[in-house]
Write a protein that binds this ligand. Sequence first.
Ligand SMILES: [Zn+2]
Length: 196
Amino acid sequence: MEQGRRHRIRHRIQAELLRLRRHRILWIRAALVSAFVLLNAVPVSRDLFDTVTLRTERAAEIVNQLRAALHIDSDVQVAAVLYHPLVFSVEPLDKARDHFVLSMEINFLLKLDDEELYAALAHELGHVWVYKHFPFLQTERLANSIALRVVPRESFESLYMKLWTYERAAGVPMDDLLGPKENGNSTNAVLSAAPP
Ligand SMILES: [Zn+2]
């Protein structure tokens, strides 16, 4: 009797784990990482807290500059988070897509200099632009092609190198993400927002 009950519970947990593995692996990972961080929490130093606050404020400032440059009317709030499966990411908060939240994983945020931060945020705003321009589809390349109107290519190259090191990922050819390099015209930081 006791054994049968234990067996049933074990079976149910296994089934649940399988279901979660299929549908929610990313969120489970996020939850586990957050739990891990909390369990190992050393008191966060005042300095670190101040640094994160400063960089988050800087990011909000840059987002507003880039929104103006790309003619994006939607409101985009920035949020520094302990973990995000995509490291940096932007999601609409409403159906009309007038409000977005742009999440930045803190450990990566703190590794970026201003140029790289511009590139990372311009990329996310590229996604916002695509969200607002039906029927364009979300791709990394398209988000970058929007972002490249306002941030030089070099900043993206340096950003991607840092991202791949951070994620311990092999990376992909730069041209796949940024398009072929144009000869003699390395800065295409022209402030305009015409479709690609
Ligand atoms: Zn992206």
